[in-house]
Design a protein around this ligand. Sequence first.
Ligand SMILES: [Cu+2]
Length: 111
Amino acid sequence: MKKTFSFMALPMLLLTAGGAFAQAKQTDSFKVYGNCEMCKERIEEAAAVPGVRTAVWDVKTKQLKVSYDPAKIKNGAIQQKIAAAGHDTEKQKAPDAVYNKLPECCQYERK
Ligand SMILES: [Cu+2]
């Protein structure tokens, strides 16, 4: 009797956990302008807002890969947060005043 219970309980637990993950997760990639490892830290920190699970920026490709809960935050809102930290994104331009305060090595070329 005891054995039957544990055999049944495990797959049910796994199903429940899997369902919860699939339900609220979206992964997007978009361009964020920056130069170096300092930018990487600043960008990833700016993207780490409630609803965002992971944010990883690639120094070479300038692509930010974010995984988030679309019920809690939207792609556009994440891009706004990053722009507010001084980094232009695909859709959002950083305020000039914030950009100008970035360390010199971080002042990426703007279009
Ligand atoms: Cu930098």
